[in-house]
Design a protein around this ligand. Structure first.
Ligand SMILES: [Ca+2]
Ligand SMILES: [Ca+2]
Length: 509
């Protein structure tokens, strides 16, 4: 669409725009039809069209109108496509009111609400669990709304650091009770999926357990199947992507088609430990993170609501559902094996031949190989990022807190994964020229090959592991194989923040 806008700016003729922009092409036809009608009306009745302008001036005015409409349409289409490319649509369902770790995750989630289009928040527990949950609000919805009020109190400051933070009122309007005696949550899910938007809807169930209502995506799918039949159901289901616990009964494995993608950030058990319990073990003190210092005190009303009475310190068992989706520049949510701030995910062996993944993969890091490393290697960076956002809650000026640098890879300043085709023996080079920090901090640029994410099994030697540029010689291969190169740009602010980029090189024989 960029070329469409450029063509439009360089050449106002309708043909230039019509070639590349279908919306503009349609508008051109409509406006031309209306012009033809008005001109002929003018000929029939000079008083109607020629009262102010001569026919010649009138024609010029109409040409201006056409250009204006075309420019507007191309710019709107460009803006929509840019949003579509950049932001994921996400809807969460929490059993807040049970294990207090949902409330821990909710604090973190709200501080990342600027990174996605949040389509909704469902609270599915009608009555908070006595003893285990000590929140003064005694319904799931009340607990979520209490946090939304605290978010609202931080919003003015948050928006100074990133204007994309949605308002409290916007989030409030999309926050509903998902109890068994109401269909509000079912309707919220169905309307989000049905919205005419080319992007899929990501859905996260945060481990709904006993005492909560029936999972609302399950209920929505039951309803769609009942009301729309198998074809309508398949079409509806094809727009969903899951980063989620499994509470969908027969919709997961029995009723075709399967979900287009399901990443289970809770399982499996490795060395006697569920993945969901590893978040606390790997992050609660990462990089010197201190919950009391960095979250609970002096960081505003939202951080102050982070509960501490969980079985694991700073447990946040549900946070990996959305950390998987944070656009860091490192990850592509449609590629679970590539790695993200929530680790790496391999095919779920319980569901052979279905696009279902769980945390089964291991990384070699600092000399040992273990699943934990798929997350531990990013733990300090992700906790520092959380700390910075808590600082934003109380920093009324942009200059009073830290912000991530921008990592530019080969001239590309987006967070997209880049792809290159290379031949065995080629020397491939990369540059981070243009990377910068919005606070004027010094930046450190490092490079590494993420060997486990690629399919080339051997070792690749980069020319340099640090500095503005690097490269490697593409290895000999018998069949195409991929090599993943990661760029990390880290600032020297407090806390130190990181941005990443990934280039996937497909090496051809
Ligand atoms: Ca939960
Ligand atoms: Ca910075």
């Amino acid at each position: 669409m960029t070329s469409c806008v450029q063509a439009e700016l360089e050449n106002w003729g309708p043909h230039a725009a019509g070639v590349c922009c279908p919306a503009a092409r349609r508008t051109t036809r409509l406006v031309q039809r209306s012009v033809r009608w008005k001109v002929s009306a003018g000929r029939r009745n000079p008083h109607a069209a020629g009262r102010v302008c001569s026919p010649f001036n009138f024609k010029i005015q109409i040409q201006h109108m056409i250009r204006w409409f075309l420019a507007l349409f191309c710019l709107v289409a460009f803006a929509v496509s840019a949003i579509a490319a950049d932001r994921l649509r996400l809807l969460i369902e929490t059993d807040a009111g049970g294990d207090p770790d949902d409330e821990q995750s909710l604090v973190r989630f709200l501080l990342y609400a600027n990174e996605w289009d949040v389509e909704g928040m469902i609270a599915n527990r009608p009555v908070a669990r006595g003893g285990e949950n000590r929140n003064p609000e005694r319904t799931g919805l009340g607990i979520v709304r209490r946090q939304l009020n605290a978010y609202g109190d931080c919003w003015t400051n948050l928006a100074r650091h990133d204007p994309r933070y949605p308002t409290k009122d916007f989030l409030w309007s999309r926050t509903v009770a998902g109890h068994n005696d109401t269909d509000q949550a079912e309707k919220l899910i169905i309307s989000a999926v049905d919205r005419p938007d080319p992007r899929p809807l990501w859905y996260s169930d945060w481990g709904t357990d006993h005492g909560a209502a029936t999972n609302n995506l399950k209920r929505a799918l039951d309803r769609v199947l009942r009301e729309r039949g198998p074809d309508g159901y398949a079409q509806f289901k094809s727009k969903l992507r899951l980063s989620s616990y499994d509470k969908f009964a027969e919709h997961t494995a029995t009723i075709a088609p399967p979900f287009a993608l399901w990443v289970n950030t809770f399982q499996p058990v490795v060395d006697g430990k569920r993945w969901y319990h590893r978040f606390s073990a790997l992050t609660s003190r990462a990089g010197g993170f201190d919950l009391v210092r960095d979250v609970l005190t002096g960081h505003g009303p939202l951080g102050a609501l982070y509960p501490t009475n969980t079985t694991h310190w700073a447990k946040e068992g549900d946070s990996m559902t959305f950390l998987y989706l944070v656009p860091t520049g490192l990850n592509d949510p449609h590629e679970p094996t590539w790695g993200s701030w929530a680790g790496r995910y391999g095919l779920n062996t319980n569901f052979p031949s279905q696009p279902y993944y769980w945390a089964s993969l291991a990384d070699t890091w600092n000399g040992t190989t273990h699943r934990d490393h798929t997350l531990a290697r990013w733990a300090a960076a992700l906790q520092n990022d959380f700390r910075a956002r808590l600082n934003w809650c109380v920093a009324g000026e942009f200059a009073k807190a830290n912000h991530r640098p921008t990592a530019v890879l080969d001239g590309d300043g987006t967070r997209d994964v880049l792809r290159r085709r290379v031949k065995s023996g080629d020397t491939v080079r990369f540059t981070s020229r243009g990377s910068a920090d919005p606070d004027g901090h010094a930046i450190r640029t490092t490079w590494f090959v993420y060997r486990e994410a690629g399919t080339f099994p051997g070792e690749i030697r980069l020319e340099s592991l640090e500095g503005e540029s690097t490269g490697f010689v593409a290895p000999r291969v018998e069949q195409p194989a991929s090599v993943h190169v990661i760029l990390q740009v880290q600032d020297n602010g407090t806390p130190s923040l990181s941005a990443y980029r990934r280039v996937v090189c497909l090496v051809q024989p």
